[in-house]
Ligand binder design. Structure first.
Ligand code: ZN
Length: 113
């Protein structure tokens, strides 16, 4: 399951960070996920709480912020927000639009106690 492997890698990063900081508890994890990253947020939350059991991240609050995707027209170079991975350039009407952001999944911050 895609979301489970994402959840595990988040927990991995969080546990490493908590060890570095010699912390015993993680209170909050803030994620930034592009809307076209293909991640089911509800599923990710579920996988996260399952995977966090018996780790330092157990009970941590998962805050997810979705970011709007941005497309860049390969014909005229214009960048603009898009609602889907299939977008049309608003200037020249080209369908040759590359998604330049919106697929990322970042850990923005980890709050330790
Ligand atoms: Zn264009």
């Amino acid at each position: 399951m895609h979301e489970m492997s994402i959840a595990l890698s988040i927990i991995d990063a969080v546990v490493t960070k908590a060890r570095q900081e010699q912390s015993r508890k993680v209170s909050e994890i803030e994620l930034e996920i592009g809307r076209v990253a293909g991640v089911q947020l509800e599923s990710l939350k579920f996988c996260f709480s399952a995977a966090a059991k018996n780790t330092i991240a157990e009970g941590a609050e998962l805050t997810i912020r979705e970011t709007a995707p941005v497309g860049e027209c390969q014909e005229c170079g214009k960048s603009f927000p898009v609602s889907d991975v299939y977008a049309k350039c608003e200037v020249c009407g080209s369908l040759n639009v590359r998604i330049v952001s919106g697929r990322e999944l970042l850990i923005k911050s980890i709050t330790l106690e």
